[in-house]
Write a protein that binds this ligand. Structure first.
Ligand SMILES: Cc1cc2nc3c(=O)[nH]c(=O)nc-3n(C[C@H](O)[C@H](O)[C@H](O)COP(=O)(O)OP(=O)(O)OC[C@H]3O[C@@H](n4cnc5c(N)ncnc54)[C@H](O)[C@@H]3O)c2cc1C
Length: 393
């Protein structure tokens, strides 16, 4: 079953609808039966990424000449939501892979480097990670301390420390944001690099509350060779542009997780009897269900708005942040209500509701926390107002 409101489907091309139906089939056979076991093992199997690559899920938006499917951002978001209904950890990996690990080199790498990267980064041959965060650089990306210095052969040498990198230690290649100098304004100059993960030094797999099957890594770079992606000094602006699309993916992940939890809770209301009545007859629980539905529809509408703007090629920083902020907080509330409706059973690992509840929480933190989204939204609004000038106020 497709996750989103039917209105979303009206905006898809026939090939995109077919892709989403195929994705639902992929989820039913390759993900749903195994997701709980991956969570227990705290690992996603390598062959899952290979199969996902063959199914087009690793290059949803990449043009066909690079080996991708060439679908739009709405299709990408709906595919991520469908995967999230079954496995939040894998949905997060796919969201990051498509928007950041593929989006970054597609948008900014030289033709020569693209030839090296594609199609292996989208056909499942390679897993790619995207490394911005560091011990001193989270919300404040200006804290990045990883340094890149030129080598005699035209490549660069990277030294630094990266933290909380999705797929990091399981990846084959990595995109690393590092400092290459100082700008004319005296600020750090950031550039992005393509590196081989085998050259990096593993520190640990970081244990997380949710998305446990995802490989969240800490690693060090010690004299690692890197090739610059795009022009020198464009690392931060490229990262921010990729995050505009990434946030659509995180909003979609949140909606998929919440839909899964709420569906289970609604079924529970119909089947569980207490005090001689089905839970469905208790108004307190009916209201929880209604609140979930209202908020998830609002989240879907915001996601649709942002994705449609993105598909038209328009600037969508504000809309992506609004969708990500609202969807992630609404999903946490919905998962919490769903768990409460399911009672003790909801809190156990006999159902996936508690997993959705833990996984959804990540969406309020990853790819810019809720506080950072509020900063982006208010700054964008105020900047636009200021640009109108005093006469228009
Ligand atoms: C499971 C997982 C996977 C991840 N995957 C990746 C990845 O693949 N690649 C990558 O580069 N990073 C990744 N991250 C890192 C993630 O993007 C950061 O955790 C996130 O941006 C928040 O940064 P931080 O954790 O350092 O929190 P901090 O920046 O330390 O923030 C702590 C708190 O302070 C708040 N805060 C910070 N600044 C302000 C402010 N100016 N005003 C108000 N409040 C503020 C924050 O919102 C937060 O609530 C991942 C993280 C997790 C948990």
């Amino acid at each position: 079953m497709l996750p989103a409101h039917p209105l979303c489907l009206d905006h898809l091309k026939p090939a995109e609808r077919a892709f989403l139906h195929a994705t639902a089939g992929f989820c039913a056979t390759e993900i749903a039966p195994h997701a709980a076991a991956w969570e227990e093992r705290e690992e996603l199997p390598r062959e899952l990424f290979t199969k996902a690559g063959r199914a087009g899920l690793m290059g949803i938006m990449a043009p066909p000449e690079f080996g991708g499917r060439g679908h739009g951002k709405l299709c990408y978001a709906l595919a991520i939501a469908e995967v999230a209904r079954h496995c939040g950890a894998f949905a997060m990996n796919l969201a990051a892979h498509n928007a950041l690990c593929v989006g970054h080199p597609l948008g900014f790498a030289s033709d020569e480097l693209k030839k090296e990267i594609f199609p292996r980064a989208v056909n499942g041959d390679w897993m790619v990670a995207w490394a911005l965060t560091e011990p001193n650089a989270g919300s404040d990306t200006g804290g990045v301390d990883t340094r890149a210095t030129p080598r005699p052969d035209g490549a660069w040498e990277l030294n630094g420390h990266k933290l909380y990198i999705t797929m990091g230690l399981h990846s084959d290649r990595m995109i690393v944001v590092a400092v290459t100098g100082t700008t004319a304004k005296g600020r750090k100059e950031f550039s992005a690099f393509w590196v081989e993960t085998k050259d990096c030094t593993p520190v640990r797999k970081v244990k997380t509350a949710g998305v446990r099957a995802s490989n969240t890594s800490e690693l060090k770079l010690e004299r690692v060779r890197g090739e610059m992606i795009g022009a020198r000094g464009t690392g931060q602006s490229a990262a921010l542009a990729c995050l505009d699309v990434g946030r659509l993916g995180i909003a979609a992940m949140a909606i998929g997780l919440a839909r899964a939890a709420v569906d289970t809770a609604a079924q529970r209301m119909l089947s569980r009897v207490q005090f001689g009545r089905r839970l469905a007859e208790f108004q307190a629980l009916q209201f929880k269900l209604a609140d979930c539905e209202v908020e998830l529809r609002a989240a879907e509408a915001l996601l649709l708005q942002a994705a449609l703007l993105a598909d038209r090629g328009q600037k969508h920083t504000l809309e992506s942040s609004v969708a990500k902020l609202y969807a992630s907080e609404a999903a946490s509330r919905a998962c919490d209500r769903a768990l409460q409706i399911c009672g003790g059973w909801g809190y156990t690992r006999d159902t996936h509701v508690e997993r959705c509840w833990r996984d959804a929480r990540l969406c309020e933190i990853g790819e810019g926390s809720s506080e950072v989204q509020r900063i982006v939204i208010s700054r964008t609004l105020l900047k636009a107002l200021e640009e109108q000038g005093p006469a228009d106020r």
